[in-house]
Design a protein around this ligand. Sequence first.
Ligand SMILES: [Zn+2]
Length: 116
Amino acid sequence: MSEKVNIPDDLSDFMKKNPTADFNDYLDELMVQAFIKDVEEKSKDAEPFGLFKTKAMSVVKTDPRYWDCECDENYIHDKSIEPKCAVCGSEHDECSDSRPNEIKLFFKDYKEDSDE
Ligand SMILES: [Zn+2]
């Protein structure tokens, strides 16, 4: 693994012992993303990581105005312009919303909502 983010060694144990814990303060977004990736590679269907992932994904910010289709490239679409991908046929309501850091790569004039 060549992750730059350090995942705490006890995170797996922590999650097994506290599957419903509210750990949003315990993690930052980069750590969560790295951990999800790591878990997916090692144990695709291990519990309680399903629940962990569901909760972890809520930590990862997304922008509801954009969505990711199934394509390997050019997979970010503006819902108001492209509710369906012409290449892979995915529709926005069956796909996840896009992450601001990825949207920026596709839409150069993209600005995150600053309502926080
Ligand atoms: Zn597509």
